[in-house]
Ligand binder design. Structure first.
Ligand SMILES: [Zn+2]
Length: 218
């Protein structure tokens, strides 16, 4: 059954806000009583959650929040997104989030376009996928190893400051034979971003990571 425009917009907002998780409170009391324009505003605001959590040397040029700056620029692989109000970066929530955002655009692109949010969504999913590609080392078409986590959780939780001041020396967690759940999430996110925006490199890495997770089911 075809959803009305209003219901489709509600569905895309739900999927975007679900990706945000429990770390952002969005009031629905006024939105439910008002017109479509407020739903558009909720979608717009929910996307800025990701701007707040951007990491790496592309923050200053891409982030829409002027109080954020580049951070963790000494990481062996820069980029990606902080994931939970701290700065350690786990592959599973990053891969899942990028997949959910890509799927929301795949399913509801007319709502993103009607509200003028396509460019913002694309900036975010491109930034995720650029990080996933640079986190993946290929030997031919095969993954030789990939980065599944940046930063040690305990060390990160002991630091109470802004990411821009955290400094160098973060631990990197690479695997050449495991974390197949993370590889599968990266593959899904990259495949969706290829389907949505057509970057052939995304498809190349999606295929390689998909084969890796089938080969190393652990
Ligand atoms: Zn950072």
């Amino acid at each position: 059954m075809r959803m009305s425009k209003k219901h489709r917009l509600g569905a895309v907002i739900t999927s975007a806000v679900m990706s945000v998780g429990t770390f952002m409170s969005v009031s629905t009391s006024t939105a439910s009583a008002a017109g479509v324009s407020n739903y558009a505003q909720i979608l717009q605001y929910s996307l800025y959650f990701y701007d707040a959590n951007m990491c790496g040397d592309g923050v200053q040029s891409k982030c829409g929040l002027n109080w954020r700056g580049n951070c963790h620029t000494d990481d062996a692989v820069t980029g990606g997104f902080h994931d939970a109000g701290d700065h350690a970066m786990f592959g599973l929530p990053q891969g899942y989030t990028a997949t959910a955002l890509g799927l929301s655009y795949d399913q509801f692109k007319d709502a993103y376009q009607a509200t003028g949010q396509t460019d913002h969504l694309k900036m975010i999913t491109d930034y995720f996928c650029d990080f996933f590609r640079r986190s993946t080392e290929l030997s031919g078409d095969s993954v030789s190893r990939f980065l599944s986590q940046k930063g040690d959780g305990d060390a990160d939780h002991a630091y109470w400051g802004k990411p821009e001041n955290q400094g160098a020396g973060r631990k990197m967690f690479w695997t050449s034979s495991g974390a197949s759940d993370i590889a599968a999430n990266y593959a899904a996110a990259l495949a969706l971003n290829y389907k949505n925006f057509g970057n052939a490199k995304d498809l190349q890495y999606a295929k390689a990571l998909y084969n890796f997770e089938k080969r190393h089911n652990s």
